[in-house]
Ligand binder design. Structure first.
Ligand code: HEC
Length: 195
């Protein structure tokens, strides 16, 4: 185990030195763990696409999702959620084969933070909840997370750490009817939808 870790660390250092990975840069980044096993997640398991967005670069440093509360990014997040998640979690995240994602209850307490929600999506949980790194890129995961948070319907005070004071002030429970607004012209590139 220790040897494997050292090997990984050397590879990561090399990648950074060569500038091939570029995600982590030289700065300290957060460590992400599998929600069930606690095993460290290897972000290199995901494709390189999406790792160079401003949002993802900030996310690995802070664990905060810059797409949250950006109306321009909701439409893309919705598309991804409907394609990748709703079959098991319901159209509105109300729960189906998988648990509801639109309330304040989490099987895995990690769900109450953005870092933890990412860990659950990237690395999966148990049973049918497989890791998503093979099916979507990391930036798409952040966009999907922004939509999952938008689906929230319970009391803002029960939401958990992800709901910042700013989001609380603007909070309206998801009504399931109002369509996501079209991305504005100055939306981040990865939030733009194809018409
Ligand atoms: C094939 C079905 C399936 C798909 C597709 C799926 N999930 Fe899940 N998901 C599940 C199941 C089943 C669980 C419960 C696993 C457990 O308890 O360990 C789960 C658990 C979760 C949890 C933890 C919930 C909690 O209460 O702690 C999150 C978060 C989650 N899924 C998000 C997503 C997102 C986001 C997507 C799309 C990117 C997705 N899932 C796609 C079936 C699925």
């Amino acid at each position: 185990m220790a040897r494997a870790w050292v090997k990984g660390a050397v590879a990561a250092a090399l990648a950074t030195a060569v500038g091939a990975a570029g995600v982590m840069g030289a700065k300290a980044a957060l460590t992400f763990n599998n929600a069930v096993t606690g095993e460290v997640l290897n972000l290199d398991d995901a494709p390189p696409e999406g790792k160079d967005t401003e949002a993802f670069k900030a996310f690995v440093e802070t664990g905060k999702n810059a797409y949250l509360g950006n109306p321009s990014c909701l439409a893309k997040g919705e598309q991804l959620f409907l394609a990748m998640c709703s079959g098991c979690h319901g159209q509105k995240g109300e729960g189906k084969l998988g648990p509801g994602l639109n309330d304040s209850y989490w099987t895995y307490p990690q769900g109450a933070t953005d870092k933890g929600l990412f860990e659950l999506i990237f690395g999966g949980a148990s049973g049918q909840m497989g890791p998503m790194y093979g099916s979507m890129n990391v930036d798409e995961m952040l966009l999907t997370m922004a939509w999952v948070r938008h689906l929230y319907k319970d009391k803002p005070d029960d939401a958990g750490e992800w709901m910042t004071a700013e989001l609380k002030a603007a909070y309206k429970p998801f009504d399931g009817k109002t369509p996501a607004p079209k991305p504005a012209a100055d939306a981040p590139e990865s939030c733009k939808t194809e018409e």
